[in-house]
Design a protein around this ligand. Structure first.
Ligand SMILES: Cc1ncc(COP(=O)(O)O)c(C=O)c1O
Length: 450
């Protein structure tokens, strides 16, 4: 990529042409999709370098990559061609009812890619449906009603899952969890922001295991009522937090003791996003069900799946499918994506190194940067009032994200959040990622005080 093609922002954001379209948007969409809740420019097109061009001629490095659903850039040629060929051959099809060879091949390849205890696949369209389906399967398999989930996780927007979800967005947990039976919660384990402790970490996140054993199981729910533990091995929406090995050891002990299934929601963390194929590989996890989506789509059609063991799935007739499940062009795209995965993962590790080198020093330089986390092509910068209180600093995050945006770095951020997140294509050119990190260092220098 030549230097003159690097991102440039030459107008206010949004620029005048974007504003025209935003005005139309606000007339026709419901309030959640009004311009203030979406990104501050309208896309004109994307180029082969993966840059976004807005309606006003500004360009941005894309660190959102369709929230992880375009892991190989906007138009990987192999994926594009595979979709066209499959569509020409099979057209639209309801693949849970009328099958074709690629549908079976994708299931076989996913089983081969999964931890060795995984032998079966249930296809779904969205990640939300994969999580919903896994809960139905867990209840069927165990005959137990309850699911143990973790505060701060995100699993989707169905009525049920909105209840098992709590992000830091104001109001999102309110009015959901209390009307949905069948869930109990523990705080999400992390050594940076551990529950029941305060002050600068690292903290011992096995306090969450103690809480489950000594409080939850004693006072709220019988262990024999719990069908499954639902956990994101790395909690994406919460801010790319990961538990420690000691936490997983404790959880595995409880699983064994009480016969709980483990459902790993890898819809965001999997398919190479966090370094290995599955984030759970970082701790040698062997879940009973592993949920995949987003990156599985390879930038093609909506695709997700529940991968599971014989014990859970070999004899199950739970429905997880529907009209649009694994339609052939989407399946062909996913298969083409799997062929790109190894190279993409190698690139992601290069991005991880660059992030560690350039972004990690922000923590010692600025009191307002509490933590920088990087797993593969996934980075988070957490803003705090000060490192002792660790109180969220939304203002600093927002100022930082605006300064980065004006330099052409577009990532995952909103004014309510205090964690800024980068989720580029796994294949982003390392020079562009390095350039983006350098812009972030300049943005920090502009808006933070050392
Ligand atoms: C961890 C996790 N689970 C589930 C979902 C829901 O997936 P979808 O938006 O495809 O329904 C998401 C989406 O962001 C997610 O990050």
């Amino acid at each position: 990529m030549s230097l003159e093609n690097y991102p440039k922002v030459a107008t206010e954001l949004p620029g005048p042409k974007s504003i025209e379209i935003f005005n139309r948007q606000d007339q026709v969409f419901y309030a959640q999709m009004h311009s203030g809740s979406t990104s501050p420019f309208i896309v004109d097109f994307k180029d082969a370098d993966g840059l976004i061009h807005d309606m006003d001629g500004n360009t941005f490095a894309n660190h959102m990559s369709a929230w992880g659903a375009a892991p190989y850039g906007p138009f990987p040629p192999e994926v594009r061609q595979a979709q066209i060929d499959a569509w020409d051959r099979y057209g639209m099809e309801i693949s849970c009812f009328l099958q074709s060879p690629p549908v079976v091949e994708l299931a076989e390849r996913l089983v081969a890619l999964a931890p060795k205890n995984i032998t079966r696949v249930a296809p779904t369209v969205t990640g939300t449906e994969a999580v919903e389906g896994s809960i139905k399967l867990a209840r069927e398999c165990t005959g137990r009603p309850m699911i143990l989930a973790f505060l701060g996780q995100y699993h989707g927007e169905s009525t049920y899952l909105a209840a098992s979800t709590s992000t830091e967005l104001p109001g999102s947990p309110t009015g959901n969890a209390q009307y949905t039976p069948g869930l109990v919660f523990a705080p999400y384990p992390s050594s940076y922001r551990a529950p029941f402790t305060s002050g600068a970490g690292p903290h011992d996140d096995t306090v969450v295991i103690d809480y489950i054993e000594s409080w939850l199981l004693r006072h709220q729910v019988e262990p024999t009522q719990i069908a499954a533990v639902l956990i994101e091995p790395i909690a994406g929406e919460l801010g790319v937090y990961a538990p420690s090995q000691a936490f997983w050891d404790g959880l595995n002990r409880l699983r064994e003791e009480h016969g709980w299934l483990l459902i790993c929601d890898e819809i965001q963390s999997g398919m190479g996003r966090s370094g290995p194929v599955w984030a759970g590989d970082l701790w040698g996890l062997e879940p009973d069900m592993l949920l995949t989506g987003k990156g599985l789509a390879a930038g093609g059609q909506a695709m997700a799946a529940i991968l599971g063991t014989d014990k859970v799935m070999a004899d199950s007739h739970v429905y997880t499918t529907g009209t649009y499940v694994w339609e052939p062009a989407g399946v062909a795209a996913a298969l083409a994506g799997l062929d790109l995965l190894d190279d993409a993962m190698r690139n992601a590790l290069e991005l991880e190194e660059i992030g560690r080198e350039i972004l990690a020093p922000l923590v010692s330089k600025y009191e307002q940067v509490g933590d920088v986390r990087q797993y593969g092509a996934w980075a988070a910068v957490e803003f705090v009032q000060d490192t002792v209180s660790q109180a969220p600093n939304r203002q600093a995050q927002h100022a930082f994200s605006q300064a980065a945006l004006m330099r052409g770095v577009f990532a995952i951020s909103s004014p309510e959040k205090w964690v800024y997140r980068m989720q580029p294509a796994l294949t982003m050119q390392p020079e562009l990622f390095r350039w983006s990190c350098e812009q972030m260092v300049e943005a920090a220098a502009e808006v933070l005080s050392d």
